[in-house]
Write a protein that binds this ligand. Structure first.
Ligand SMILES: Cc1cc2nc3c(=O)[nH]c(=O)nc-3n(C[C@H](O)[C@H](O)[C@H](O)COP(=O)(O)OP(=O)(O)OC[C@H]3O[C@@H](n4cnc5c(N)ncnc54)[C@H](O)[C@@H]3O)c2cc1C
Ligand code: SF4
Length: 491
């Protein structure tokens, strides 16, 4: 432990966001950088190096996460940071975790939700400490390629280059296998590239990691959808094993009168068009998808909805409202959600803070859903809503419209951020893979093997829509299992 009394001496100090008035005019990182060395040293001193530390447990209890799924060696990293050994801290981080530059930016920090200090005081700023270490290494050119020296001669195809695919490819490559990643998009990264907006994860950060992987001999084949542009049979013949990391891209659609009107877009259509504009590669069709001077209604109060709010604001929306069919989370942990489980509490994220400051109110309208999108000759003018109450029927909850609560608000853009209904079917059907009750590819999390002998799967495609950190964990674990299948037990 860096300083035994640190947690008593120093209060939690978080990294600052850029002032709203500045940041809403650009898509640059929302965080104010850098956090200074003195602050980060004191923050790492707050770590108690607990005997039983849940921050890196990485387990699920009652469907809730406890600690970092990657098993990041948090207390050791904090100790090294306190003692000024930033390179050593990065080295320790890299043992469990290949891409800390992603998690230090976008992870909700499951580790902090389970930090022991959090029982009585605000938890250790584990995510900010990780970010300091990674940014120091990026700035000092300390993140360099390390191609493996020994090659097994085995060839593996990874399908999909989101965090699960990248993590899988990276681990398989470092275990000596020849890895080719097939990606249907024109750039690698999955939702890291065309999902999470630039202000949360700058695309230069993703590109930097891809460059390192290429220099380490991972091959990327872009604009190539497996099952369409690349026949599955070719993959089966050319590779010793396949790992499917195609995500859960089946977006839920709005099914109300008027939902086929111009101006209704799914969240991913909107967010990826915005990123492609930023990268200077938007198509003519994508250039029409712009919230500038529009009244925008986002349907869905989750994180994807919040990214739509933040993006619409940066595009110059006239107003932004976010509808959520569920009630708000409690402000404190509920009795059935004790420490060290991930705290299910109300969070107000960057997009909501921005809307509050610009438009004078939190954009979220809870217990509200859409009845109809109205307009004339295909041109949208308003959205009709109704409040709901949740009623229980045979143990299940259903939303019931509240009579007399019907309302209407102006809208000329509706963004549907209602989540994902699992992975797309085409490739699953071609391979005739077994699926579980939720339509995800069936594979146990002990070996990540699908119902086909040489086919493995990881990430949202196996787990359902989740988080970057879980995708990274699954990709790595699937790679280890695949390597064991190909090359036997090592060491
Ligand atoms: C808008 C948005 C914001 C989010 N923000 C956060 C956040 O801040 N923090 C966080 O932790 N999580 C966030 N998430 C969740 C997180 O991004 C996902 O859980 C994670 O990306 C899943 O990784 P994956 O690799 O399994 O799938 P994906 O990232 O979806 O990648 C799958 C890839 O497979 C490719 N593909 C699919 N089929 C084929 C095929 N047949 N052939 C070739 N390629 C194919 C796709 O093009 C895609 O590139 C967010 C999700 C969304 C939608
Ligand atoms: S639980 Fe919190 S205080 Fe304990 S070792 Fe982990 S980061 Fe440090």
């Amino acid at each position: 432990m860096g300083k035994p009394t640190g947690f008593m001496e120093y209060a939690r100090v978080e990294a600052q966001y850029r002032p709203i008035a500045d940041r809403v005019h650009d898509f640059a990182d929302i965080m104010m950088l850098p956090v200074d060395r003195d602050t980060i040293t004191k923050q790492s001193a707050r770590c108690m190096d607990c005997g039983v530390s849940f921050c890196h447990a990485g387990i699920i209890v009652d469907g809730s996460s406890i600690g970092c799924p990657l098993g990041n060696l948090v207390p050791e990293i904090n100790d090294l940071v306190y003692n000024g050994d930033i390179e050593g801290a990065y080295d320790r981080m890299s043992r469990e975790h290949a891409f800390p530059e992603f998690t230090s930016r976008v992870c909700p920090a499951l580790c902090e939700g389970s930090c022991t200090l959090g029982e009585h005081e605000p938890p250790v700023t584990i995510k900010n400490i990780e970010r300091y270490v990674v940014d120091y290494m990026l700035e000092h050119g300390g993140i360099r390629p390390h191609p493996p020296i020994i090659r097994t001669g085995k060839r593996v195809a990874v399908v999909g280059s989101g965090p699960a695919g990248l993590s899988c490819a990276d681990t398989l490559n470092h275990l000596g296998n020849d890895v080719t990643v097939f990606e249907r998009a024109d750039r690698p990264g999955g939702l890291l590239t065309y999902g999470i907006p630039n202000m949360k994860l700058e695309k230069s950060i993703v590109e930097h990691r891809i460059r390192i992987m290429v220099e380490e001999n991972v091959k990327f084949v872009l604009n190539s959808e497996v099952g369409l542009d690349v026949p599955v049979i070719r993959l089966m013949n050319d590779f010793d094993a396949i790992v499917l990391c195609c995500g859960a891209r089946n977006e839920r659609r709005l099914d109300v009168p008027g939902s086929d009107m111009k101006g209704v877009y799914t969240a991913l259509t909107f967010l990826s068009a915005s990123t492609r504009r930023l990268l200077g590669i938007e198509t003519r069709e994508e250039s029409q998808i712009n919230a500038h001077e529009k009244d925008v209604v986002v349907v869905g109060g989750g994180d994807t909805g919040t990214d739509c709010v933040g993006t619409a604001i940066r595009q110059g929306a006239r107003s932004v409202v976010q509808l959520e069919i569920l009630p708000p989370q409690p402000t404190e942990r509920a009795e059935n959600n004790p420490w060290p489980l991930w705290p299910k509490v109300l969070r107000t994220e960057y997009g909501q803070h921005e809307a509050q400051e610009l438009f004078g109110a939190d954009p979220r309208r809870y217990l509200t859903t859409v009845r109809e999108i109205k307009g004339e000759k295909g041109k949208m003018s308003s959205i009709a809503t109704v409040n709901v109450e949740w009623i229980s029927n045979e143990g299940r909850l259903f939303p019931r419209p509240v009579p007399g609560s019907e309302a209407e608000m102006p809208a000329d853009m509706v963004l549907v951020a209602m989540g994902f209904a699992g992975p797309e079917r085409a490739l699953i059907d071609q391979l005739q893979l077994e699926v579980d009750g939720r339509g995800n590819v069936a594979a146990d999390n002990s070996d990540f093997k699908s119902s086909l002998l040489t086919v493995f799967t990881a990430g949202d495609m196996r787990r359902g829509p989740s988080l970057v950190v879980w995708a990274l964990q699954e990709g790595r674990s699937a790679a280890i299992s695949c390597d064991r299948y190909l090359n036997g037990e090592k060491g």
